[in-house]
Design a protein around this ligand. Structure first.
Ligand code: SF4
Length: 258
């Protein structure tokens, strides 16, 4: 292991150690104020059956060839319908389309900005070191990666990890809205300044956005630092911990567990 890699691993270990120590201290001093009881995922009625009439499907496709996905009834069929998207130039430069991963009936969605190099290579959001850190942050507030749904605003990687362009967001954000409509989460955790600013159509800083409950597609949403930013700046780990505790408390309140 190179010295740089070892240093990065040590930083992650230190962050998690701090998170666990802080959380334990809070529990000891203030009791179970964050209600860390796992809430069973609500059993929902099965989604309506897909439209299977081939005549009707073909008619719709002929009339709106790029918009048939709007009628998707399940996350799986929606994924299949948009995974070859070429609506913006990122479709030509991506390695893999990154739809999202997790529970199609999740009560929590985690939304970032766009795939990075690891995500582009693997076709899954939040993998690599930042993904591992996100998993551990979620675990610290008693969510497992597989019980939430994780995705990005853009489904394809911008070259050199540049910020998404407004026209790319315009093309891709309807997919995110459809994902939210199909999943219908109780709350959204948005990670990163760019994601927060993009979804809320604002130029307010992350410092101004975090700590408040916003609304996206009529779903309560909170914003915190991106795990990749935490890896770069350990000073943000404490505010991140405060944010995710607030998010857990919000989730508990919304789902009636307090
Ligand atoms: S970024 Fe979104 S709109 Fe652009 S090609 Fe990829 S899926 Fe399509």
């Amino acid at each position: 292991m190179s010295p740089d890699t070892e240093k990065q691993h040590n930083e992650i270990d230190a962050l998690l150690g701090d998170l666990i120590t802080f959380y334990t201290q809070e529990q000891l001093s203030a009791g179970d104020i964050f209600h860390p009881v796992r809430v069973p995922v609500e059993t929902r009625p099965p989604a309506a059956a897909e439209e299977t009439d081939p005549v009707e499907l073909n008619a719709k496709k002929a009339a709106r060839p790029d918009e048939v996905w709007r009628d998707a009834k399940t996350i799986q069929s929606f994924h299949e319908q948009i995974c070859s998207c070429q609506k913006c130039p990122l479709g030509r430069t991506r390695t893999k389309f990154v739809f999202g991963t997790g529970n199609p009936q999740a009560k929590v969605m985690v939304i970032g900005e766009a795939p990075g190099a690891d995500e582009d290579a693997q076709g899954e959001p939040f993998v690599g070191r930042a993904g591992q850190l996100l998993n551990k942050i979620l675990e610290a507030i008693h969510f497992k990666r597989e019980e939430v749904f994780i995705c990005n605003i853009l489904k394809c990687r911008p070259p050199n990890n540049r910020d998404p362009l407004p026209e790319e967001v315009d093309q891709c954000e309807p997919y995110l809205r459809k994902q939210i409509a199909l999943i219908n989460p109780a709350a959204i955790l948005c990670v990163g300044r760019i994601a927060g600013q993009t979804l809320l159509k604002t130029t307010r800083t992350l410092g101004e956005l975090r700590g408040n409950v916003h609304s996206y597609e009529n779903i309560p949403m909170m914003i915190t630092y991106h795990p990749a930013a935490l890896l770069r700046n350990p000073n943000w780990k404490r505010p991140t911990w405060e944010d995710v505790q607030q998010f857990r408390a919000l989730y508990d309140k919304l789902t009636g567990t307090q």
